[in-house]
Design a protein around this ligand. Structure first.
Ligand SMILES: Cc1cc2nc3c(=O)[nH]c(=O)nc-3n(C[C@H](O)[C@H](O)[C@H](O)COP(=O)(O)OP(=O)(O)OC[C@H]3O[C@@H](n4cnc5c(N)ncnc54)[C@H](O)[C@@H]3O)c2cc1C
Length: 387
């Protein structure tokens, strides 16, 4: 009974897209999902409105040990392809900022779309499928607590380690290891940073204060907002740079992007004192952060050189985070199945024909802004066209 052409492990964004593409091609496919419903992560995405793609999606919006790997799949399934699906289902959406497309109503619209497309494509879905074992005989045999499934093709779409409380597991990495595939050690990405105790006591009582900054690290920089939290820093600029951060490197923050704070003091008539400097700083930063900055980093004197040092410090705040908030709060897991093991066109393993890896379990991680779903759609579609 449970014999299919392809078994897809994981009913998230990538697995469902793969099932739809394969089903449309007449392939008998089954999705095995361990939770009691599909797409849990879709439902909590984008603050409940699912940032389902980004119209400016390009390969440079992704981290991977091989930055070229994403090119083929992204070129063959574009944001326009997913938008046409959204429009076919008459889902209202809007661009929030920087090309990020969100549902007007809620993320459930996207899950309903995928469910309807699965039904139309004749996809079989098994929920509560807690897989205990995968073996390869002449075909793949997948055993759950109460059933056995067989197919010549197996697609692993079980995602990464982020948000264990909604069921994230290391299953995909374990299975890759079982088949002798290389893994690039995973780490939490798009995650708030935790400050060392001393910096926490200096800044974290300002929790809730935000400012537009440039955050940089490892040759990358992001010009977006930063938010001070109870334990450290968050907001889009920090989430973005967190994916590139590794201990013990510092993160640099420009608190006054593109603006010279002390320019006014070139006027010989300008008074050089704390009040004048505070008033300049408050034009750029929220008052509480401006005042705190001046308290902690007052200029050494009022000479041109001291003011230049002060200016530099504002543009190059160097922070050494104690760590990150970890997988509990990370939107994605970076690292994963090494792309050198996979065909960039089909996502099939080179060493194990018939075995595919798609979505977040692969060593491909998008920037914040709809890129991770676009990778799930594109890699899922690549797999679905090939199985
Ligand atoms: C809070 C939050 C908000 C986010 N918002 C956005 C956003 O707005 N835009 C964006 O682009 N990205 C967003 N992301 C990232 C995005 O959700 C993921 O990159 C994307 O869901 C990955 O898709 P996937 O199908 O590879 O994995 P997942 O969506 O994680 O799906 C994997 C599925 O496999 C199942 N599974 C796991 N182990 C097993 C097993 N052993 N057997 C069977 N099934 C199993 C899981 O239950 C899950 O349903 C967000 C992530 C989080 C955590």
């Amino acid at each position: 009974m449970n014999h299919f052409h392809a078994l897809i492990l994981g009913g998230g964004a990538a697995g469902l897209m793969c099932a739809i593409e394969a089903g449309k091609r007449g392939r008998p496919v089954a999705v095995l999902e361990r939770a009691d419903r599909l797409g849990n992560k879709i439902l909590i995405s984008g603050g409940g409105r699912c940032n389902f793609t980004n119209i400016h999606c390009q390969p440079e919006h992704f981290l991977s040990a091989n930055p070229h790997f994403v090119k083929s799949a992204l070129a063959r399934y574009t944001p326009a392809d997913f938008i046409s699906l959204v429009e076919k289902h008459k889902i209202p959406y809007h661009e929030k900022t920087l090309g990020q497309l969100f549902c007007d109503r809620c993320a459930h619209d996207i899950l309903d779309l995928l469910g309807e497309e699965c039904r139309a494509a004749g996809v079989s879905i098994f929920l509560n499928a807690k897989i205990q074992e995968v073996v390869r005989t002449t075909e793949f045999v997948v055993r759950s607590a109460n059933a056995e499934f067989r197919a010549p093709t197996l697609v692993v779409a079980t995602g990464g380690l982020s948000i264990p409380k909604i069921g994230a597991t290391s299953f995909g990495y374990d299975l890759a290891r079982q088949f002798g595939l290389k893994i690039r050690d995973p780490w939490p990405g798009l995650v708030p940073l935790v400050l060392e105790a001393e910096d926490r006591s200096r800044y974290c009582d300002l929790a809730g204060v935000s400012a537009e900054v440039i955050a940089s690290c490892d040759g990358r920089q992001f010009h977006e907002r930063m938010l001070i939290t109870h334990r450290g820093l968050s907001g889009p600029a920090i989430l973005q740079i967190s994916s590139y951060w590794k201990k013990p490197h510092p993160i640099r923050i420009d608190l006054s992007p593109g603006r010279e704070l002390t320019a006014i003091f070139r006027d010989p008539k300008a008074l050089r004192n704390l009040q004048a400097l505070r008033s300049e700083l408050r034009k750029l930063l929220p008052a509480r952060l401006a005042d705190r900055w001046l308290e902690l980093h007052p200029p050494a004197s009022w000479t041109n050189a001291a003011l230049a040092d002060f200016e530099n410090q504002v543009h190059q705040w160097s922070i050494m985070p104690a760590g990150t908030e970890g997988y509990e709060k990370a939107e994605v897991t970076a690292g994963g199945v090494d792309t050198s093991e996979l065909s960039a066109k089909t996502m099939e393993c080179r060493k194990v024909p018939g075995l595919f890896f798609i979505g977040e379990v692969v060593d491909v991680t998008g920037h914040l802004g709809g890129f991770n779903f676009q990778w799930a759609w594109a890699s899922g579609s690549a797999g679905g066209r090939a199985v």
